[in-house]
Design a protein around this ligand. Structure first.
Ligand code: 16G
Ligand code: MG
Length: 545
């Protein structure tokens, strides 16, 4: 067929370096940009097949999120704006690793397995972050799409969640919103302005928010969106990319991991600040108190704030909808305890990675999911949305119920339900704080985090570690879990687990305990156990103190 002939010809322009093996990891392919041209071309091919198979528009986002500027990556977006399914992640890996002369064989194999009719039309949406390599890499994706006769729409510079939103808008024929960047700003800002009408007396100080844009796409898009927010949110934008390097000493990942403010941000005492990551799908908040101490409000605190607010509104509206919070093993023990014991909401724990949390959240009327690192959103089931909508419309609803139902309705519109979205999450948080009349300190005081520490250990093959119970228990190597259990017993309020990273060639170690010193010691001792029992390489882990 002519299409295959063209693939064969064009693929020569995007040659695969022989022997290079890459995996479609937790969030797509990610590595140094110089190794990615062939991957992009092939993901263009795969997205086109996926589109033919699902008879829907598929998204391809070129970004490496919080990785260094020199890296890049790519992820595929399924019809409803969610991450591509596991079977297709597998195809992505196979296609990526096929040597030049077997590319067509692998491609045809996928077509056959999935019974794809090549005469179906195909449509692919493409977006990219601000990395210097992203423009040419997204061109390679476009080449792949056109080889198989797919139609493409290049959105150019967009945040990852914006592209997820576009894909969902397109496949729901506009019922989720209009598939343009302007449509996104309009939908979110209208909902935000409606919500903040419920907090009419805010001062300019309360409306002020310091935003660290990680020198990336989030900063660019925040600038564009400012106009739509009128003066209801007064954003002081730092690390806007005008001179600093992407993710360098700034951004959500830096702030969360280092537990300190980013460079390039001037923050007054008690001032509310937040950081986006490099593709604006993650957010964390923070402030320094009057003694200069730094306080981080991570994904767990965000989930608590949002779920408390939603639960109160459900009660006020008299709606009987089940709300659950989805976390991972990294959730601070204090947050889980608070949610279960004080808030009395269902808490569920899944493996690390947005797709796992997203799927778990779909099981509830309202599923609030956040990873501690700031990835997350809220999913409202069809039933939940319908009930909220009907209550708003019901002429017999009393004023209190109607107010609560309207707040819920606008909150649904403000949330990007396709994936975690730093801009949307930020607006939800700002609206909730405004409506509840809370300062960032009030929010922080909901519960106190247990001190914790994360470390990484290099081993010769991280796959020797297998886990169960949502990564909280190690099944292999033999003896490791027993060793962790006996170490944990030495400390108060302690917990620890290990898991192989899905994005880096390391084993991650997490520990928490009643004091920072205890958490540090426990993390170190667990690292030593991993080093000894799981084939550690290089120097033995050193104590932190
Ligand atoms: C990816 C995941 C993130 C997860 C992280 C874990 C998405 C969009 N991103 O960045 O959710 O927390 O990987 O990394 O799913 P790790 O496996 O190296 O610890
Ligand atoms: Mg990201």
């Amino acid at each position: 067929m002519a299409q295959f002939e063209e693939v064969s010809q064009k693929s020569k322009l995007h040659p695969k370096p022989e022997g290079l093996i890459l995996q479609y990891g937790t969030a797509g392919f990610r590595t140094h940009a110089k190794h990615l041209d062939h991957i992009m071309f092939r993901m263009g091919l795969l997205a086109t097949l996926r589109s033919k198979k699902t008879k829907s528009t598929i998204g391809v986002m070129v970004t490496a999120s919080h990785n260094p500027e020199e890296d890049n990556g790519v992820k595929l977006i399924d019809p409803m704006g969610e991450m591509v399914t596991a079977a297709w992640e597998d195809y992505a890996t196979r296609l990526a690793n096929a040597e030049q002369d077997s590319l067509l064989t692998v491609l045809k194999d996928i077509i056959e397995k999935e019974a794809i009719s090549m005469s179906e039309p195909a449509s692919v949406y493409i977006g990219r972050d601000t990395r210097p390599s992203s423009a040419s890499l997204s061109q390679a994706v476009l080449d792949g799409v056109s080889c198989l006769g797919g139609k493409s729409h290049d959105y150019g510079l967009v945040t990852t969640p914006q592209l997820h939103y576009m894909v969902c808008c397109c496949n729901t024929h506009g019922s989720y919103g209009s598939a343009t960047v302007e449509g996104y700003y309009q939908k979110l800002s209208q909902a935000f302005l409606q919500l903040t009408q419920n907090a009419p007396n805010r001062t300019d100080d309360q409306k002020r928010l310091v935003v660290d844009g990680a020198n990336g796409i989030g900063a660019l898009k925040m600038r564009e969106m400012e106009l739509f927010l009128r003066s209801e949110l007064q954003v002081v934008l730092s690390n806007d990319g005008s001179f600093g390097k992407l993710n360098h000493l700034c951004g959500a990942d830096y702030v969360k991991v280092q537990q300190k403010p980013p460079e390039g941000l001037s923050m007054g005492a008690r001032e509310r600040c937040c950081s986006f990551d490099g593709d604006a799908d993650r957010i964390v908040y923070y402030y320094t108190d009057s003694e200069g101490r730094f306080h981080l409000l991570d994904g767990d605190k965000i989930a608590t704030l949002i779920s408390t607010y939603l639960k109160e509104l459900l009660t006020e509206a008299g709606l009987n909808l089940q709300i659950a919070v989805i976390q991972t093993a990294y959730a601070n023990g204090s947050s889980t305890r608070y949610l279960e014991d004080v808030m009395k909401v269902t808490v569920c724990c899944t493996k690390t990675g947005v797709k796992h949390l997203h799927h778990a959240a779909q099981e509830y009327d309202i599923g609030v999911y956040f990873e501690a690192n700031g990835h997350g959103t809220v999913l409202f089931s069809r039933t939940a949305q319908k009930q909220i909508h009907e209550l708003v419309k019901d002429p017999n609803t009393n004023d209190e119920k109607k107010r609560a139902a309207k707040l819920l309705e606008n909150t649904v519109n403000l949330i990007n339900q396709t994936v975690g979205d730093a801009i949307s999450d930020m607006l939800v948080i700002e609206a909730v704080l405004a409506i509840k009349g809370m300062s960032v300190q009030d929010w922080d005081a909901i519960y106190t985090d247990l001190p914790n520490r994360q470390l990484k250990v290099k081993v010769s093959d991280r796959r020797v570690i297998d886990t169960k119970d949502a990564e909280r228990k190690a099944v292999t190597p033999e003896g490791l879990q027993e060793a962790i259990d006996s170490l944990v017993k030495k400390y108060k309020q302690a917990r620890a687990f290990v898991r192989p990273s899905g994005t880096e060639d390391v084993v991650r170690v997490y520990a928490e305990a009643d004091t920072q010193e205890a958490a540090d010691n426990l993390a170190h001792e667990v690292s030593l156990a991993v080093y000894c029992l799981a084939g550690g390489v290089g120097d033995e882990p050193k104590p932190l103190h």
